[in-house]
Design a protein around this ligand. Structure first.
Ligand SMILES: [Mg+2]
Length: 162
């Protein structure tokens, strides 16, 4: 079985309020504070190995702002999980919120799920999970695809935040 997890908000916590504040303040000190927060506070919050049999493959499908961001996330995964988790980055829109963010990221993450024969995917964003389910249902209606489960994980339950 191929099991995939979102990174921020699933494998590790991410304080979206801090990002929102840094965007609002938008100066060097705010961005530096956010970077420090991420560097010092992002410990694992979920062990993906707890979901897997020994022969299963575990992936992390995560939206990255740049190759540099993807490399930082790759190092974080390697440090805390060794070779257990393979990162599959997507590069969605930067600085976007609401449907301008959720829809393109959901589309990209779904394409990655298809390319890697993912059986089940966990994400903390309720909009992303809903859109992935809707798009996948449309794809199932038009073609022979294996069914994928998209599971919402975490405290974020209200959709439509912009
Ligand atoms: Mg997330």
């Amino acid at each position: 079985m191929n099991i995939a997890f979102d990174m921020d908000g699933v494998l590790r916590p991410l304080d979206l309020t801090f990002i929102r504040m840094a965007e609002a303040v938008n100066n060097e000190h705010a961005w530096k504070a956010l970077e420090l927060h991420i560097l010092t506070q992002t410990k694992p919050q979920l062990n993906p190995g707890m979901f897997a049999l020994q022969g299963d493959s575990i992936y992390c499908i995560t939206n990255c702002s740049s190759e540099n961001s993807a490399n930082k996330k790759r190092r974080w995964l390697k440090h805390f999980f060794g070779d257990m988790v393979e990162i599959l980055p997507v590069f969605g829109p930067k600085g976007a919120w609401g449907d301008d963010y959720y829809r393109p990221v959901a589309k990209d993450k779904l394409a990655v799920c298809y390319d890697n024969d993912i059986d089940i995917y966990f994400d903390d964003c309720p909009d992303i999970i809903r859109i992935m389910r809707e798009l996948h249902k449309e794809d199932l209606d038009f073609g022979e695809l294996p069914f994928i489960h998209f599971i919402k994980y975490g405290a974020w339950i209200e959709e439509g935040f912009e």
